[in-house]
Design a protein around this ligand. Structure first.
Ligand code: ATP
Ligand code: MG
Length: 202
């Protein structure tokens, strides 16, 4: 019994110390500005995390613009849902590019056309959040030079947040970002032969 009490007291003491550290860190974080986030890695959860932030931003009355650089098969649940919202602009960039197009020239043209539209959102200070979904593949395949994108990101409105998703994000993009998460692929149901599930994968 007294042992339990000791354990409980030690827990309380630890939590008091932890709270002091967390509160001090919160007090220090006073800067307000638009962030660049990169969600990368081979695990599942990059795009769906970005769309979670779209929901948050809309909830705060912000305007959101989404550019998808890879066209999926058919409409996804998120596209159907978000297109019902009035404050979101959702752009499927041209044909996008997949292993199905198999035409580098067409892929480059689609990437370029998508980027030209995305740049407009990145210059529009009424847009609070811009999501550039699967954009990293443009850099990976050499469809769009990162050197052309970084200055546009740097010149965006000061309060505007940007989220870039996709595997294999280049080091210079990670360097430019404020927040980077790399999602590890620990396990994926697909490899156990389970098809993409509505509500989970699309
Ligand atoms: P999500 O859109 O579900 O957040 P993601 O953006 O992290 O996934 P992508 O590489 O864009 O991942 O892949 C999109 C699709 O591929 C989703 O249906 C997702 O479940 C699936 N997927 C993601 N990671 C893996 C993986 N490691 N193995 C197999 N399928 C995967
Ligand atoms: Mg994705």
């Amino acid at each position: 019994m007294s042992n339990d009490k000791g354990l409980s007291q030690r827990h309380t003491d630890r939590m008091i110390r932890k709270k002091a550290v967390v509160d001090a860190a919160i007090d220090r974080a006073t800067e307000q500005r638009g962030l660049l986030l990169v969600l990368t890695g081979n695990g599942k959860g990059k795009s769906s995390s970005a769309f979670g932030m779209a929901a948050r931003a809309l909830g705060h009355g912000m305007k959101v613009a989404v550019f998808q650089f890879i066209k999926g098969k058919g409409d996804t649940g998120e596209q159907t849902f978000f297109q019902r919202q009035s404050e979101i602009h959702w752009e499927q960039c041209g044909e996008g590019f997949t292993w199905e197009t198999q035409s580098r020239e067409r892929d480059i043209a689609a990437a370029r056309a998508g980027w030209d539209k995305a740049r407009l959102a990145l210059a529009d200070d009424s847009v609070g959040l811009v999501i550039l979904d699967e954009m990293t593949y443009l850099f990976k395949y050499g469809y769009l030079p990162l050197e052309e994108v970084l200055p546009v990101l740097a010149a965006r409105p000061a309060h505007q947040h940007v989220v870039i998703t996709g595997r294999a994000a280049p080091p210079a993009l990670l360097e430019a970002a404020d927040t980077v998460s790399e999602i590890a692929d620990v396990k994926h149901a697909f490899r156990a032969g389970i098809a993409a599930q509505p509500g989970i994968d699309l």
